[in-house]
Unconditional design. Sequence first.
Length: 217
Amino acid sequence: EYLWSLEGGSASSTPLVWTGMRESHIESGGNQTRAMYLSEGGALGSRDQLVLAVMKQLLGGGEAAVHRGARHGKLVTSAAPYTSHPFSVDCVSVNYSDSGMWGLSVSAHGEEIGDVLKSSIGVVRELVSSSDEEVQIAKNKLKLHIIEERESRAGVLSNTARESIFLDGSSSSTEVCEAVDSVTTEEVVSMANKIISSAPVLVSLGNGEHMPLQREL
């Protein structure tokens, strides 16, 4: 249940050790299936968290709004040919004080969930071939999101609270954007290789008739 809740974390919790290689399939009524495919992520405030945030934008699974007429991200574009029903694919990044989870959240018709999940995982694996230009575009999108988020009062309070609890102090938008700019293509490729080789966790809820097993992915 903690995977579905995706809630916070505690700075005083017992240090976590990622083990992975677990899967759970919960059958429920209806035609839809939701699945999450997760690997070890980065701790809050770590360099890994920053690199993973850039990777999230590379996949098109970030927070930046998709405006009318704009191109869809890689995740949606890759999965679309396999679907005839509504679906969603997003990148999940959850950061705690000492560890984190990073991966995919997929929702699709039960008959199509396997193809959507497999195509999305394939897109993640392609990150090992990311170019300098692609990484720069992703960093620009991430910086835009950071600036927009901190323009609202709620965003400022939320960021300040998290940073005060976990990082012993707050950072300005300029400082965070400068940190984003410092992320290199080599770091992205290295992190992509780490994600691919990480022992994953697979959980699903819904129509599981066509849900693939972890070893089939």
